[in-house]
Design a protein around this ligand. Structure first.
Ligand code: 4NP
Length: 152
């Protein structure tokens, strides 16, 4: 059974939106899989998603107000089969803390989207609302690609 973890820096902007996008795709496909998100950093642990991320999710019919930020932990590398980093820095952070007995496949999220391999999902935190719609577009494309890979 696949289980999927999305990881960004703060777990309040990009990875909660990726979690929401894949939850929506999985629900559409009636696929019952574990989906979660976390951050490499600890600053926002316990906090709800950024208001702008909540607003963008709401625009797309999804309620993420109940999500709470957490930091990625070594056990995540065994609990999940796939861990997707939102950008190359997050990927480097994951590789630094991966335990020796990790079983998860750890890779860059946008590697799932043809033509976007090697790229990161831009951090919208210091930008405006429009940046969060760009984030949504990226994580939605990736969620669709992940669903397609799971259904194969
Ligand atoms: P995220 O965005 O990694 O997409 O959740 C950020 C949120 C907070 C910070 C940086 C990025 N921060 O530095 O507090």
């Amino acid at each position: 059974m696949p289980s999927i973890l999305f990881v960004c820096l703060g777990n309040i902007c990009r990875s909660p939106l990726a979690e929401a996008a894949l939850r929506a795709e999985a629900a559409r496909g009636a696929l019952d899989i574990e989906i979660n998100s976390a951050g490499t950093g600890s600053w926002h642990v316990g906090n709800p998603p950024d208001r702008r991320a909540q607003a963008v999710a709401h625009n797309h019919g999804i309620d993420i107000t109940g999500y709470r930020a957490r930091q990625v932990i070594p056990a995540d590398f065994r609990r999940f089969t796939h861990i997707y980093a939102l950008d190359p820095d997050n990927l480097a952070g994951l590789r630094r803390i991966a335990p020796a007995d990790a079983t998860a496949e750890v890779r860059l999220l946008m590697d799932m989207v043809p033509g976007r391999e090697g790229t990161g999902v831009t951090d919208p935190y210091y930008g405006n609302e429009a940046g969060f719609e760009l984030t949504w577009a990226d994580v939605s494309a990736a969620a669709q690609a992940i669903m397609a890979s799971l259904e194969r």
